[in-house]
Design a protein around this ligand. Structure first.
Ligand code: SAM
Length: 283
């Protein structure tokens, strides 16, 4: 049974890295008229009330989106992301945090499609409720790792596959790697975005190298791997130190934009003194 609920983590540093990257990728895809399909295999509930009980439990957004909300001198990639969160909030106070489905929905054009998969019954219900009646969107209570055959390649041969598992089940590590391989075998030009946690655990530590190896020589536009670390390694080895995003076939503008944004994000979102760090590698 799945226990993870994204509402407890909405707007944290990991969401900042993932969603700032997602906004940059979709804004780049919007430069061409031809429609695309976004496939979000682990969609969550779609959006989160930051005043709600779950988000208030640990207030992870305080060290994430909240630190950016009133900050000055935002790098362009961060500015574009914060603008999307502001737009979602009707330009007012930060009350609602948009998850990947509603950020994607906000950025899509009429010619684009959104395919959402979420296994947790409660979060699937919340997500489906938010997007009911939207002809451009399909929401299914399915295992997102099993849908690639039906979804790829999209009819227009333009697509973004977002895989954002919670990694609460150990098998998520091999499954995300297998799904990257399957996606690129079905549609080598697909832009594939994968979020992964930075943890002091062997499976998590090995996954970035494995993703790079799977995309090398297969994805025609190469890959990008970015890390945002906010905490120092712990003696007892628990807890998330930061996170990574891996992108196969990234837009050519993404690496320079992330290299400009990440030092600023690392300094702004640091939780431990002297702990913050970042990396951005492309191949
Ligand atoms: N992508 C969302 C966002 O950025 O707003 C957050 C997703 S959250 C990190 C991961 C979600 O995946 C959880 O809601 C969990 O219930 C769901 N999940 C876990 N395993 C799944 C699977 N095999 N297929 C589909 N959803 C799954």
């Amino acid at each position: 049974m799945l226990a993870y609920r994204h509402a407890f983590h909405a707007g944290n540093h990991a969401d900042v890295l993932k969603h700032a990257t997602l906004v940059a990728v979709l804004q780049h895809m919007n430069l061409k008229d031809k429609g695309y399909r976004v496939i979000d295999t682990h969609a969550g509930a779609g959006a989160y009330a930051l005043g709600g009980r779950a988000a208030q439990t640990r207030r992870e957004f305080d060290t994430g989106i909240n630190r950016l909300w009133e900050a000055a001198g935002l790098p362009p990639l961060v500015q574009a992301y914060v603008e999307q969160v502001r737009l979602f909030n009707g330009e007012g106070l930060l009350r609602q945090y948009p998850g990947s489905p509603l950020l994607a929905r906000q950025l899509m054009r009429p010619q684009d499609q959104l395919r959402l998969f979420e296994l947790h019954a409660t979060d699937h219900g919340l997500l489906a409720g938010k997007l009911r009646g939207d002809a451009q969107v399909e929401v299914k209570p399915a295992d997102g790792f099993t849908v690639l055959k039906a979804q790829l390649p999209p009819p227009t041969r333009r697509g973004l596959l977002l895989m954002d598992p919670s990694y609460e089940i150990k098998s998520d590590y091999p499954r995300v790697l297998a799904a990257l391989r399957e996606a690129l075998a079905r549609f080598a030009e697909c832009t594939v975005m994968i979020w992964l946690p930075q943890l002091q655990l062997l499976d998590a530590a090995k996954l970035p190298q494995r993703l790079k190896a799977a995309a090398t020589g297969v994805a025609p536009k190469g890959w990008l791997l970015a890390r945002l670390s906010v905490a120092r390694p712990r003696e007892r080895g628990f807890g998330m130190l930061g996170s990574w995003v891996f992108v196969a076939n990234p837009p050519h503008t993404l690496a320079p934009a992330l290299r400009e944004a990440l030092p600023w994000l690392a300094a702004t979102l640091a939780e431990d003194e002297g702990a913050a760090g970042w990396a951005c590698e492309a191949g």
